[in-house]
Ligand binder design. Sequence first.
Ligand code: GLN
Length: 544
Amino acid sequence: MSMYIFVTGGVVSSVGKGITVASIGTILKSRHISVSVQKLDPYLNVDPGTMSPYQHGEVFVTQDGAETDLDLGNYERFIDVELTADSNVTSGQIYSAVIAKERRGDFLGGTIQVVPHVTTEIKNRFKQLAQKSQAEVVIVEVGGTVGDIEGQPFLEAIRQMRKDVGRDNVLYIHVTLLPYIYATQELKTKPTQHSVNELRRIGIQPDIIICRSDYPISEAIRDKISLFCDVDREAVLPLPTVATIYEVPLILEDEGLGQLIINRLGLKAPPSDLNQWQEMVTCLKEPCEPVTIALVGKYVELQDAYYSVREALCHAALYHRRSVKIDWVHSEELEKEGGEALLQQAQGIIVPGGFGVRGIEGMVKVASYARQNKIPYLGLCLGMQVMVIEFARHAFASDRANSTEFDADTPYPVIDLLPEQKAVANKGGTMRLGNYPCRLLADSLAAKAYGQELVYERHRHRFEFNNEFLTRLQEVGLVFSGMSPDGRLVEICELGDHPWMVSCQFHPEFGSRPGRPHPLFRDFIGAAKDVLREGAQAKMPLSS
Ligand code: GLN
């Protein structure tokens, strides 16, 4: 039977609860304990797929095609696992399931209530993941903070689990923030005391409290939290803000979190081995020459909208023993006269995914700039569609070439809906989602990057390259280097006459890991790192 670790948040959100959960996974995995992870999102959407990136940040896609919370990306990167739809549960899913059962007549005669019907449905999701994954430990993160109205049924469900599976098989961890008061120059514990009180009010006493803070946490503060919150002294763990998120597992391990969990849950495990992780973090923190990459999108005000892209760039730079400096360029800014000036320093350009017409012309302009100035370019999903549109405009000498997403009447619909998508009316969960195979063209840049013939990558899009234009564009230099095995769908295209301009219809960023960068990101940074831009100086050979 699986053990459960439930992680709640107190005081405020966005203090790194997701990274903490991911780090707990890293620590347990380093002791050869198998883990699975689940995120509970209290909002009423069925999934974040229909939300604006401004509301939610990135939508992370699992290999089985679920549109999920971006925290799942951190779980996958930190624990090096591939999760499924079972790892993200929302109130929307729970209520839909309960109401569907009610309509079916499953509860005939009964009154349907939050307790027990909704809470039972929630607990079933924990047990289902435990059963399917066969993990020794299932870590469950409750989104939001204690006290949120929508979060109540989830907290009640995790409370009930103590009875369902036994006190010794569950562990409650509370992650809080200690705010710093400038006037008196001290960290305050009161909000933590309040949030623990709130947890206790619903019957949960935390076993471990992890305290986030921008400043060092004194022993006196740990004592105080231990006393007021009734948690053992060694179970109050400080987690100060660090330079890189990948350092968090090392800090928590140093503070004894792994051993604490092992002891409390009575697990048998060998000592932890985080040596490789430590080496990776040491490299990440070493000062090294940056590669400047312009990331051109329309949600750049909220960098979380491109979370996995940013991480994948960081992993790829690490591979080349470089750091990455991302210039966040708003595609609408590029549409203005002289907007290209924003690209002057870029050694490489990346156009990530997106939806809707806003900012598209700026992206087309950037693809044209990359093509003509021979700057390495990586297009992801929309970024591929934009590269095709730009190339077609150039090839057909018409600025009307477009995707039917942006111009329904274009005479050159180089990107269009598949016939099966034309009949789709509902917006939620109806795109082409999750893993699909892609066969690579021998000797192409894509094939060189992967070193394989057949790859599987995650998708999230409605529109596709329109094969009516394939031959004509091929004749003038567009190389279709990745196709679905049935030859029906273009998955990757690249430019013949360019150092490195490669785009894919899928999202390689989701598959990148800190110690194992995605091949396309790795080769993109590899091509960009030696590009010299204005004001940059070539390295002089050292004379002896
Ligand atoms: N809007 C495009 C489509 O639906 C691209 C989607 C994306 O970039 N994820 O096909």
